[in-house]
Design a protein around this ligand. Structure first.
Ligand SMILES: NC(=O)c1ccc[n+]([C@@H]2O[C@H](COP(=O)([O-])OP(=O)(O)OC[C@H]3O[C@@H](n4cnc5c(N)ncnc54)[C@H](O)[C@@H]3O)[C@@H](O)[C@H]2O)c1
Length: 246
């Protein structure tokens, strides 16, 4: 029960890493808001948590919309009384080379991956202040540190990395910690490697010889969400099987 008594809001929690974080956080005692644009899938994750003895609430949230954020933070506080943890996990990818990247693609990726993290952080801060502190966890990527070949996605995740440090410094004095996580190749619906063959090809590029599971990122988020990380802010947690160490 590493998150006993805490209320956590997770974006993009209908599937993939966000859903893994929602399930793990609930198992560790947190009340969880499962938010996503995929409303039916978010409801299914919340129901599964509630059916297995946890406490979860599904809410529709498009992270690129400021009005959505205000509504969701207010509903989270109304339902669970406070907000201690925000995981800015929602993200999208479009795989184009630089010259094939349209202005629309750039704007779309930036709106979700970069602006979404800014709007979410801004919306959560007053609630965390009311709660006496908090932890914000921004899911960037190793693409926020090194090139993976998709410039708009790379740039959006780089923005998340440095925005995290900016927010960490600004709110450190108020007990609100802000950290980023940088996953490498993780097996989720977003993954390009849709079948065993492409998965194995990708695994061969990883020093540990395999693709990661969503739960292996969720455990990193759990540490940052819990009081075990009480002196950790502005940090970058790399979870990539050794890819960026090469
Ligand atoms: N899978 C990987 O290999 C990998 C690696 C590094 C980083 N990441 C990042 O991890 C995060 C989670 O990715 P995943 O692999 O679980 O992907 P996923 O596609 O399985 O899940 C992403 C979730 O975000 C939701 N979402 C998309 N746009 C949204 C919006 N505007 N508002 C709210 N929700 C929205 C989707 O509906 C989906 O449920 C993303 O930020 C992604 O960029 C993924």
């Amino acid at each position: 029960m590493r998150l006993a008594g805490k209320v956590a809001l997770i974006t993009g929690a209908a599937r993939g890493m966000g859903a893994a974080e929602a399930r793990l956080f609930a198992r560790e005692g947190a009340k969880v808001v499962v938010s996503d644009v995929l409303e039916d899938e978010a409801r299914a994750v919340a129901s599964e948590i509630n059916d297995s003895g946890g406490e979860a609430l599904a809410l529709a949230l498009d992270v690129s919309k400021d009005d959505d954020w205000r509504r969701v933070v207010a509903e989270a506080e109304a339902r669970f009384g406070k907000l201690n943890v925000l995981v800015n996990n929602a993200g999208i990818i479009e795989r184009h080379s630089l010259e094939e990247t349209s202005e629309e693609t750039w704007d779309r990726i930036m709106a979700v991956n970069a602006k979404g993290v800014f709007l979410g952080t801004k919306a959560a801060l007053p609630a965390m202040r009311r709660a006496g502190g908090g932890s914000i966890i921004n899911i960037s990527s190793i693409s926020g540190m090194v090139s993976v070949g998709y410039p708009a996605y790379n740039a959006s995740k780089g923005a998340v990395r440095v925005f995290t440090k900016s927010a960490a410094v600004e709110y450190a004095g108020e007990g609100i910690r802000v950290n980023s996580i940088h996953p490498g190749a993780i097996w989720t619906p977003m993954s390009l490697y849709k079948n065993e063959r492409t998965r194995e090809e990708r695994a061969a590029t990883v020093p540990m010889g395999r693709v990661g599971d969503p739960e292996e990122v969720a455990y990193g988020a759990l540490f940052l969400a819990s009081d075990e990380s009480s002196y950790v802010t502005g940090s970058e947690m790399v979870i990539d099987g050794g890819v960026t160490a090469e």
